[in-house]
Structure formats: C-alpha cells, structure tokens
Design a protein around this ligand. Structure first.
Ligand code: KIV
Length: 271
C-alpha cells in the first residue's frame, strides 16, 4: 500500500479514521533529527520518541534512568525533522506515576519545549487520573499496556505478558479504562496475538502492537533494532530490514585502512 503524502500532518483524527477503514498505522521510534527526516520522508504515520532512548542511545540496561530533560532534548530534534508524522513523546519513569499534577506538568513541559504533538505513558486504570488531567489541558495521550518496561523490576523479566487469565482480564479492563479516560491510541507490547486481536476489536481507538501479532491496528518497532544497529538483539517479534551494524563496521574499518595507508584524503579531497 502506498503512503498518502497528500496529508500535511497526521493527526489523532486521521489515526482514528485509519482504524475505521482498516488502514494499518506504521509507527517507529526516533531519537534525533537526522533519523526523523529519513523516517518522515519514508512516510511513517507516527514517530515515537521512546524512552527506549535510555537503552539504545544512552546504553542503559533499562528505561528507568532517562530524565524528562533528556527526553525533551531527543524530542526537539525529532520534531524539527518531522514534517508529516505525528510525534509522540514518552513520559519517562518518575515524571507521572502517582501524581496527576506532576504528570500534567511533565506533559506540558514536553509539549512546550519540544513542540511534540502528544505524549505516551505506561499503565492501566492506575494512571487514568493522570491521563484525564493531561487531556483536559488539550494534550493527546497514547496508552501503553502489556509489557511496560518502566515496571521491569516488578515483572522481573521481559517475557510475554498476560498469558494467564487474571492478567489478560486486567488488560481487557485496562484498555477500556484508557479509552474512557480519553486516550487516542494504545500500544500493546508483547502479549499473545489472540488477546491483542480481542482487545483491538473491543475498542474504537487504534491499538499499535509490538510483539502483539498482526491484528493490531498498527505496528511499532524500535528503529535501531529494525535497522540492525543493536547487535545480538533478535527477539521473535523483530523483523530486521537492514544490517547497519555490519555496514557501519565495514565502513569504519575501510576508513581506518585508508587513513593508515595514507590513501585518504586524496588529491581531489583537499584544497
Ligand atoms: O520506548 C519505546 O521504544 C516504546 C516502544 C517499544 C513502544 O515504548
């Protein structure tokens, strides 16, 4: 299917219409200006400034250490590079949990200082008060259920969530709560495809899956993973479209050879 480049800027309303007519939503993460320009040019509908920046950009083991200031810095570059895509920014760990006033202040800082178009936060019914407060200020909110990496120390592992009935039932109730609270879309991370299919049908807002099967209304991947920059990370749900790790490694080695062999710069590459 071709990308509709007539759209000047993707909006929450357009994403809603895409669900209604069965057109899949393509979302990837982005953390900087250069990558955002390429992804926007390709026609991505949504760019997510994910707190996975903590892992792939900063090298942390979890998403917990990244700060609000750092998320805003990443978001500023992405917003400058995105002409068409809807840009969503993750509220980082500690910037919204348990305090709806703080959640609102964090969301306002992201919108004001980066120019992003919406925010995302993790959790179900327990974060609905924060979601409502943020939406009351006119800020679109995307939810995130299933594997929520900010709770990694509660889960203890990154394996598939909601396999048992109790957790699946909570997820089914949570997605309805997020819809009622006013979320414009919900990410479903690492849950059984059958459950994702069921909850996608149970709501009017789009679901965006990562490791949640083909029946979600859209898909998201961490861009560094799908372009093969993250060496050795190959979960089952990941499709790697290019191996940039080996490509860049080869280029860097060739450059070293050229410099050390006195082959770079040549006569045409100097003044
Ligand atoms: O931070 C992130 O990259 C995310 C995606 C995995 C959905 O939240």
């Amino acid at each position: 299917m071709s990308v509709n480049k007539e759209i000047k800027r993707v909006t929450t309303h357009i994403l809603q219409e895409m669900k209604q007519r069965g057109e899949k939503i393509a979302m990837l993460t982005a953390y900087d200006y250069s990558m955002a320009t390429i992804l926007d040019d390709a026609g991505l509908d949504v760019l997510l400034v994910g707190d996975s920046a903590s892992n792939v950009m900063a090298g942390h083991e979890t998403t917990l250490p990244i700060t609000l200031d750092q998320m805003i810095y990443h978001a500023q570059g992405v917003v400058r590079g995105a002409n068409r895509a809807f840009v969503v920014v993750d509220l980082p760990f500690g910037s919204y949990q348990g305090n709806s006033k703080e959640a609102l202040n964090s969301a306002i800082r992201i919108m004001k200082e980066s120019g992003a178009h919406g925010v995302k936060l993790e959790g179900g019914s327990e974060v609905c008060e924060s979601i409502q407060r943020i939406i009351t200020a006119g800020i679109p909110v995307m939810g995130h259920l299933g594997l929520t990496p900010q709770s990694i120390y509660k889960f203890g592992t990154y394996t598939v969530r909601a396999k048992d009935e109790e957790e699946a039932n909570k997820l089914k109730a949570d997605i309805l709560a997020l819809q009622d609270a006013g979320c414009f879309a919900v990410v479903l991370e690492k849950i059984p495809a059958k459950l994702a299919n069921e909850v996608t049908k149970s709501v009017n807002i789009p679901t965006i899956g990562i490791g949640a099967g083909a029946d979600c209304d859209g898909q998201v991947l961490v861009v560094n993973d799908m372009i093969g920059l993250t060496k050795g990370f190959k979960p089952r749900f990941l499709r790697q479209y290019i191996n940039l790790y080996d490509g860049i490694l080869g280029a860097a080695k060739a450059y070293i050879d050229d410099v050390k062999g006195n082959d770079f710069p040549n006569e045409k590459e100097q003044y």
